[in-house]
Ligand binder design. Structure first.
Ligand code: PLP
Length: 393
């Protein structure tokens, strides 16, 4: 009898999140007692604000610990609807909103319900690898636009990639890993282009609150006639330092939200009841913690931009949002460092500073440094990176 192969083709082609793979190496070095200044983190290094913690504790002690409506409690969807209206100038009723276990899973649901085999999704590089893997899991085809510094996506570049198979334009502004923000003018052009070709736009707005001067605009606010075709995706992870709570939402047409509800009802069911109650308080309570967090991120961003300008052979575009610096090491590549991956490995081994190679974002020649670390760590790590670059200059 011939032996059955273990994995599906789907699973065979699936790769582990590169960030997590790098994490394993970091842990190993730490276990050996080496000082590691970790600059790989994709989450704010702040505690979830206390008033949000209290709301969760209240949910537990009052027995709000059971299944809820699959797509989220009405109270939370109403609070999200209000937030979108007030802050983003977009109008979606609570029935046009779904709450799920983190933005990542909601994006997965979106690709599952919208894509058929071979349908194309246009997205720009560098990109968060999760998008590419999730599109492939839905049998869609990622069609990529390679952006050059300063990594600004334009409607013209999107138009060049259109084909009969294009179904979705995927936007992530402010972007992971570049921190670039798409200008209002370009967004307007992209939305018009999507309307002309009857395409969907998925707008991942998870970093909307973390900006350094440039103004963030939600594409759904730009053309109300496109509201049925734009899916606004956001969550609580970054703005409220709630990565572990797994809470996100999507606003869009009732038809699509209903289909996502069906998929969610057969997979995770509702997001954790306790997190949902905490989410209501996060949105309706004082927003000072966001201001404090962004103030601190701004201080770190200023410091890094100033220091990295003086490190030999590195170049970068100052981020307009999020909490990453995306740095080119292209001038140092050659025999000693055949790739940015090799460069990052050596930096980790020699200086104990882990950063994520550009390969993880489909953009070799670069690395991503996260400044979701204390100023003390950033100062130490910057000096180590400077020393490393001078050594090989
Ligand atoms: N979208 C982007 C661009 C991200 O960088 C991340 C996390 O790193 C997420 C979504 C995931 O957010 P969540 O914690 O809500 O799943």
């Amino acid at each position: 009898m011939s032996k059955k192969k273990i994995f599906s083709k789907r699973a065979d082609e699936l790769s582990l999140s590169p960030t997590l793979a790098f994490d394993a190496k970091v842990r190993m070095l730490q276990k050996k007692g080496k000082e590691v200044l970790n600059l790989t983190l994709g989450e704010p290094d702040f505690a979830t604000p206390e008033y949000i913690q209290d709301a969760a504790i209240g949910a537990i002690t009052s027995g709000f610990t059971h299944y809820t409506l699959v797509g989220g409690i009405e109270e939370l969807r109403k609070a999200i609807s209000k937030k979108l209206r007030k802050e983003n100038n977009i109008r979606y009723d609570s029935s046009e909103i779904i709450v799920g276990a983190g933005t990542k899973f909601l994006l997965y649901e979106l690709f599952q319900v919208l894509l058929d085999k071979g349908d194309e999704v246009i997205l720009s590089l560098p990109t968060w690898s999760t998008y590419v893997e999730q599109i492939k899991l839905a049998e869609g085809k990622p069609v990529t636009i390679k952006l050059m510094p300063p990594f600004q996506l334009t409607a013209e570049a999107v138009e060049k990639k259109l084909s009969k198979k294009t179904k979705i334009i995927l936007l992530n502004s402010p972007a992971n890993p570049t921190g670039a923000i798409i200008s209002k003018k370009e967004l307007q052009n992209i939305v018009r282009l999507a309307k002309k070709h009857k395409l969907y736009i998925i707008s991942d707005e998870i970093y909307e609150k973390i900006t350094y001067g440039a103004k963030f605009v939600s594409p759904a606010s730009l053309l109300t006639s496109m509201r049925e075709h734009i899916l606004t995706v956001n969550g609580f992870s970054k703005a409220y330092a709630m990565t572990g709570w797994r809470l996100g939402y999507v606003a869009g047409s009732q038809e699509i939200i209903a289909k996502m509800n069906a998929l969610q009802s057969q997979t995770t069911s509702n997001a954790t009841s306790i997190s949902q109650k905490a989410g209501v308080t996060a949105l309706t309570g004082p927003q000072q913690s966001i201001k404090d967090m962004v103030k601190e991120f701004t201080r770190r961003q200023n410091y890094l931009v100033k220091e990295f300008l003086t490190i030999p052979n590195l170049s970068f575009t100052p981020p307009e949002g999020a909490f990453y610096l995306f740095v080119s090491v292209e001038r140092m590549l050659g025999k000693k460092f055949p790739s940015s991956e090799a460069w990052c490995r050596r930096l980790l081994e020699e200086e104990g500073v882990p950063v994520i190679p550009g390969e993880a974002f489909y953009y070799p020649g670069y690395f991503r440094l996260s400044f979701a670390s204390s100023m003390e760590i950033l100062e130490k790590a910057t000096e180590k990176i400077r020393r490393f670059c001078k050594r090989y200059a």
